[in-house]
Design a protein around this ligand. Structure first.
Ligand code: ZN
Length: 345
């Protein structure tokens, strides 16, 4: 009987521990090309990349792969206080030739998202190189087969094309690596709630998007935000600013979809109470500071209404809200991606 009670309390205790959500804030960085000045908008100079790795090492950050972090999150396990995740999109040869050797030098890992349709093509890594990196601890993620702009299709067609592309990419991974990735990165970082649903149904553990922000216990697993680290964003100072950012917890965003009909579109965010000081919040439209339209209280929830002043003219536009924590010790970040599929890439 006594053994039984001890056993029972152990089971109860461990299940309580497992159910308790562990809070964490981990910035995820998105890179494309390394030391390839032919494409300045997606490139990071090697000296800058190395200075970022040096910064992580000097300041005792744990570098996790996205898969490791997601697995710990889902299992309710604690994640390190100081951690970062490095992701690389598109599988350009410059990662294999220039980026990976620097990661090895510092003993860091990363998650690389590759589109199976271009593997082995001119300027892209090939399957033996992918296998070599995977063996050495680089995590491989799915970045589609065709790298299509799925949002250009209407909803019914999009579902069919997306599922077909997903199956094709998985076949290639299975054939060449003997397994299929559980992580996905939407081409161009553009996604819709129905694509999230399809990934979930297909058994994916997580997916990354093209909107800035911090991965936290409140993230949508199928839309994990990342900070870009290429072109004008690829600096040491930018990296240092972003690495201390926290997630701004939004309990509801309306609309949830990236599409809009009124231009400029209105975004309505319900903010988790008590965490941030909204009086000092800042709103940016693609980096340009803009006045917040309205902040109202609804019970203990706070609602922030955001709208750009000018019409959105680009294919992708970010609305970003940042606010200091209630204690004033840190800054919190949230952004929403708008996509106008009528504008060409
Ligand atoms: Zn891509």
């Amino acid at each position: 009987m006594r053994t039984f009670i001890i056993l029972l309390s152990f089971i109860l205790l461990s299940s309580t521990v497992a159910l308790e959500a562990q809070s964490f804030d981990i910035p995820v960085f998105a890179y494309h090309r390394f030391g390839d000045s032919r494409y300045p908008s997606t490139n990071i100079p090697l000296s800058v990349f190395e200075s970022q790795l040096q910064y992580l090492a000097d300041n005792h950050y744990t570098v996790l792969t996205l898969g490791e972090a997601v697995a710990k999150w889902k299992a309710g396990k604690a994640l390190p206080d100081k951690a970062a995740i490095l992701t690389i999109d598109d599988g350009y040869l410059s990662f294999y030739e220039n980026g990976w050797p620097l990661l090895k030098k510092y003993g860091f890992s990363a998650t690389i998202f590759v589109q199976t349709g271009t593997i082995g093509g001119n300027d892209f890594i090939n399957w033996p190189q992918i296998k070599e990196m995977q063996k050495a601890g680089i995590e491989i993620g799915n970045h589609s087969h065709d790298h299509s702009q799925f949002l250009n299709l209407d909803e019914t067609e999009r579902s069919a094309v997306f599922l077909r592309d997903l199956a094709e990419a998985s076949d290639h991974f299975q054939e060449h690596l003997g397994s299929t990735p559980a992580l996905y990165c939407y081409p161009y970082g553009e996604w819709t709630p129905d694509m999230e649903q399809m990934l979930r149904a297909a058994g994916f553990a997580a997916a990354t998007v093209q909107k800035s922000g911090v991965f936290s216990q409140s993230s949508d697993a199928m839309a994990i935000p990342r900070f870009p680290m290429g072109g004008p964003f690829g600096t040491l100072q930018g990296f240092k600013n972003k690495i201390v950012m926290k997630a701004l917890e939004v309990t509801e965003a309306s609309p949830a979809s990236p599409f809009f009909s009124d231009n400029p579109p209105t975004l309505r965010l319900t903010i988790k109470p008590g965490e941030v000081n909204l009086k000092n919040a800042q709103f940016f439209v693609d980096g340009t500071k803009t006045e917040i339209k309205k902040i109202t209280a609804d019970g203990d929830q706070q609602i922030v209404v955001l709208q750009a002043v000018k019409k959105l003219t680009q294919r992708r536009t970010l609305y970003t809200l940042t606010a200091p924590s209630a204690t004033g010790n840190s800054w919190h970040w949230y952004s929403h991606l708008w996509v106008n599929p009528k504008v060409a890439e």
